[in-house]
Design a protein. Structure first.
Length: 477
């Protein structure tokens, strides 16, 4: 889901857990709380309903039963139900070895619910009493992530520093170093952040974490408008040319080099750098480079023709499905239906019955807790998790959710896509540390590997759909 270095909110991470990561912490929640099938969830819900007493209280069962049911609920984002079982374990079995996982579960579920202060308390209990096991150490990482979420960046840096000092060979050591860099930067402690870049480069020489640390420095250079330093850092990264598995991407760094040159006044050199990015609509930075070239007064007719020609060759991979529903709900919400198609292609490959490891369902891969927030606005009084497999229900509720994000981010599509996958609180934070408010700068600041890759793919999908279809989803001739 994630970056090994940053923790998306389970709510809207939403979904796939496919790529590595970088910047603020870590662990694949699908591995921690394995996905339960819909039938398994229904069975556990039925058992709980039958076994509750007249006041609605659950009976005390064996630890294994409570932990199993909590895991099923957690993997389906039924957080209060999971918490009810963990609380019984914590209250009735205080000396059981499962306590540390129950404490972690209480912290993690509250984090998904964005109850960050409460999550910090639960993680703190696990850290205090269980640092000798997996769950205590994971709690230390997530505690740092919660501090970041509430803007307590110095506390976050201290927490990650504690992990780095106590577990120099721990499985989260790379993320700890990278998170310290970002935490100090977001606290405005640029000198300390830069020092930790040097420490990280030295410790992880030749590894992807070295590239990630230098990428963090480049982002900081751009934020502080130190264009010459940004050029130097970009050149260092391009000379190393070791982007595989890192948070940086070749044409991202090329684009950011051009951006730094342009802002430093070297517009002719910037145009040459932008022009070196191939006119490939499947590459997110290709379209952005064309936009910058046009803004610099350069002729882009040949690039545009090449983009349109390449998009046409990809037409078979970009079908229009659920046209009437997309146009209906898109028009109602002032959302370009091509953008929803771009999300649908990436989320579910147009499979109405798709379910992700994070319990996101249907065409637009909505999670049940998110759907509950927007169901009334979409015109549905009652829904179940399985309702999200209906194309009409999924598209209607998805459109309501996307409209909310569109309003929140003033129509800027990159943070909408990032929010959809990584959570609006994270997208808000990434936008806040994007300076200037350029689309590519924002994309570079996205802190989860999965979400960054998701933004690239959705926006590339969107550009191809724009090349192929008009806003009525009719093919452009």
């Amino acid at each position: 889901m994630l970056r090994e270095f940053e923790t998306p909110p389970y709510p809207l991470i939403m979904k796939h857990f496919k790529f590595f990561a970088v910047a603020l912490i870590v662990v694949c929640a699908a591995a921690v709380f394995p996905q339960a099938r819909d039938a398994e969830l229904a069975r556990v819900q039925s058992l709980d309903a039958a076994e509750k007493d007249s006041s609605g209280a659950l009976p005390v069962m064996g630890v294994a039963d409570h932990m199993y049911r909590a895991d099923v609920y957690m993997s389906n984002r039924q957080f209060p139900a999971a918490q009810a079982h963990w609380k019984i374990v914590l209250e009735k079995y205080p000396d059981d070895p499962a306590i540390s996982k129950a404490l972690f579960g209480m912290g993690r579920s509250n984090m998904w619910q964005r109850n960050y202060e409460t999550a910090i308390e639960w993680f703190g209990k696990a850290v205090r009493d269980h640092l000798d096991d997996e769950w205590g150490q994971e709690s230390l990482n997530y505690k740092g992530a919660c501090y970041v979420r509430i803007g307590a960046n110095l506390e976050a840096a201290e927490t990650y520093g504690m992990y780095a000092a106590m577990f120099p060979n721990g499985k989260r050591i790379e993320s700890a170093y990278l998170n310290i860099i970002d935490a100090y930067r977001e606290a405005g402690e640029y000198k300390k952040a830069d020092e930790w870049v040097d420490k990280t480069v030295a410790k992880f020489k030749g590894q992807k974490t070295e590239i990630n640390a230098l990428h963090a420095r480049l982002r900081m250079n751009l934020y502080t408008k130190d264009w010459r330093a940004a050029l130097g850092t970009a050149e260092t990264l391009l000379n190393l040319n070791r982007f595989r598995g890192s948070m940086a991407e070749l044409y991202e760094i090329v684009y950011l080099k051009g951006f730094a040159l342009e802002n430093d006044g070297a517009k002719d050199l910037a145009a040459r750098v932008y022009s070196s990015i191939p006119a490939d609509p499947s590459n997110y930075y290709a379209g952005l480079a064309s936009d910058r070239l046009e803004a610099l007064g350069e002729s882009t007719a040949a690039r545009k023709a090449e983009m349109r020609s390449r998009a046409a060759r990809l037409a078979g991979q970009f079908p229009v499905r659920y046209k009437s529903e997309l146009i209906r709900y898109g028009n109602e919400r002032d959302i370009d239906p091509r953008f929803m198609l771009a999300i649908m292609k990436q989320e579910s490959s147009f499979r109405a019955n798709a379910k992700s490891p994070a319990a996101a369902r249907g065409l637009l891969q909505l999670t049940y807790d998110t759907a509950l927030v927007y169901k009334d606005e979409a015109g549905f009084e009652k829904i179940t998790a399985n309702s999200l497999y209906s194309p009409v229900v999924n598209i209607a509720i998805g459109a309501a959710y996307i409209q909310k994000l569109k309003d929140q981010f003033s129509g800027l599509y990159e943070p909408i896509a990032a929010s959809y996958n990584g959570g609006e609180d994270n997208a808000e934070r990434w936008l806040n540390r994007s300076e200037p408010k350029d689309r590519a700068i924002f994309a570079s600041e996205v802190g989860f590997a999965e979400t960054k890759n998701y933004v690239f793919k959705v926006m590339s999908n969107y550009r191809v759909y724009q090349e192929l279809y008009d806003e009525k989803l009719d093919r452009i001739q």
